[in-house]
Design a protein. Structure first.
Length: 468
């Protein structure tokens, strides 16, 4: 380990290059930026160009989009000088990955690299089925805007940092979004850990809801003996913490950390933050949706436990600008609201829709949803249908397959048939744009974790033209 930055713990002195397979992923790109900032030569492959890969290229990182050994830069073919980092979403048969493995390169999963970082520094690891991206980004924002500061690897683009990585020369705290997919979070060594939710997901990996929850219990066993577990009150899991770990609870209305005296009006949410040390009055949410009260309580608890002052916390909460694609408002007029959100789990959808409904009680809400993964759609079809039926109108796009092959009978039509509201339809992406052109909206919500975000600029352009 070198100083507080701790980047040489992964690589012996010969290592000069880091090659990322799947560099365009949100977590992979943060690591690519990290090594680039530390002075390593960084390059990578992804299957498609995106805004994120273009941003990385503008920062001096070489990226190609074809599985082709000839496109790997020459310096990166020296196995003694190159570390290869791979995302679990990449198939094992991918040509470049096979080449690196067969030729004796050091190959690590993204989660293993993050695990090494948490062993070299003090990791604040935020886990949970949902809420982890906003909570971890909020935590990083609060710490950075205090005398404490932190490093951060985030699962979304922070609107304050303008990216998914934050580095500090003065702090050995590192905020990490702890992803349960592929058991990735079990490589971490948290100093402090948060669990926001354990609603079943990734059953293609875990098999059953019980085994999914067991994964979170195993995660709690990794917290250092001098550390802290902060857990949402009432979660149906039994922590397996080591002796010495302190356990605290939180939620909106009860727990060791909670809110009281919640006030809403004029588009603002203000509340008092109750802690074991006392009450911090008049916390104003920078992104005023109800779900952010709970995310904010967890983030403020972490910041407070790590030395941020009440005044620093109050000021930073008011300036939190949010995360791209988490309650992301694109149009906010009196007669038209257009926003998008990354929600791709039934409980996330429900929370998202209820939060929007609370903001716009008297307006008609239309939601465009792109289901993500055949297995998730199959496993939670009834729950998805219940959540989507909370809307006034639903438009479904085809299922985004990501890493999966189609499953017979698992389609958006199957989901549509289960939705109980009368105003529902399926659209192709091309038909969606025509629908947006010819339809009158009060509140339009675009939701999903696939590539629906690529539709946002065109949808916004059409909507603004229509209201002009």
């Amino acid at each position: 380990m070198t100083g507080k930055s701790g980047h040489n713990f992964l690589m012996h002195n010969e290592m000069k290059h880091v090659f990322f397979i799947g560099i365009g992923g949100i977590g992979m790109s943060a690591l690519a930026r990290y090594f680039n900032a530390k002075g390593y030569s960084v390059a990578g492959y992804d299957r498609a160009e995106s805004d994120l890969t273009k941003a990385l290229q503008s920062e001096g990182i070489s990226i190609h989009y074809e599985d082709n050994l000839d496109l790997i830069p020459d310096g990166f073919k020296d196995k003694d000088k190159t570390l290869v980092v791979v995302t679990p979403a990449v198939p094992q048969t991918m040509g470049e990955l096979v080449y690196f493995k067969q030729n004796g390169f050091s190959v690590m999963k993204r989660s293993q690299v993050l695990g090494a970082i948490t062993r070299a520094q003090r990791g604040i690891c935020v886990a949970g089925t949902h809420g982890k991206t906003t909570t971890s980004t909020m935590t990083a924002h609060l710490l950075h805007n205090s005398h404490v500061d932190c490093n951060a690897f985030l699962g979304g683009i922070s609107k304050n940092f303008k990216q998914n990585l934050h580095l500090s020369d003065k702090s050995d705290l590192v905020v990490i979004e702890a992803d349960e997919y592929d058991h990735s979070f079990l490589t971490l060594s948290p100093y402090m850990a948060v669990i926001t939710a354990v609603d079943a997901d990734h059953l293609d990996i875990y098999g059953t809801e019980a085994l999914y929850r067991e994964g979170f219990e195993d995660f709690t066993a990794l917290i250092r003996p001098d550390g802290v577990l902060l857990m949402k009150k009432g979660l149906p899991i039994h922590p397996h913490v080591q002796e010495g770990v302190k356990i605290y609870s939180y939620s909106i209305e009860e727990g060791d950390y909670h809110a009281e005296n919640i006030r809403t009006g004029n588009g603002d949410i203000v509340f008092d933050f109750v802690t074991p040390q006392g009450v911090i009055k008049d916390i104003k949410l920078g992104v005023p949706v109800r779900i952010n009260i709970e995310n904010g309580i967890a983030a403020m608890a972490l910041a407070l436990m790590n030395g941020a002052t009440p005044d620093e916390i109050r000021a930073a909460m008011a300036t939190f600008a949010g995360v791209k694609r988490r309650f992301d408002f694109h149009i906010k007029h009196d007669d038209l609201v257009f926003m998008d959100d990354y929600a791709h789990h039934p409980q996330e959808l429900k929370s998202c829709i209820e939060s929007i409904r609370a903001l716009y009680k008297d307006k008609r809400i239309c939601g465009v949803f792109q289901p993500h993964l055949y297995t998730r759609t199959r496993d939670f079809a009834d729950d998805f249908a219940r959540s989507l039926s909370l809307l006034d109108e639903v438009v479904l796009l085809d299922i985004y397959p990501a890493r999966e092959k189609p499953i017979p009978g698992v389609t958006s039509q199957m989901l549509l048939d289960k939705i109980t509201i009368p105003n529902k339809r399926i659209c192709t992406k091309e038909e969606l744009l025509e629908f947006v052109k010819t339809h009158h909206f009060e509140v339009l919500l675009a939701v999903g974790a696939g590539d629906i975000d690529l539709m946002i600029p065109k949808m916004k352009e059409i909507l603004l033209f229509n209201v002009a």
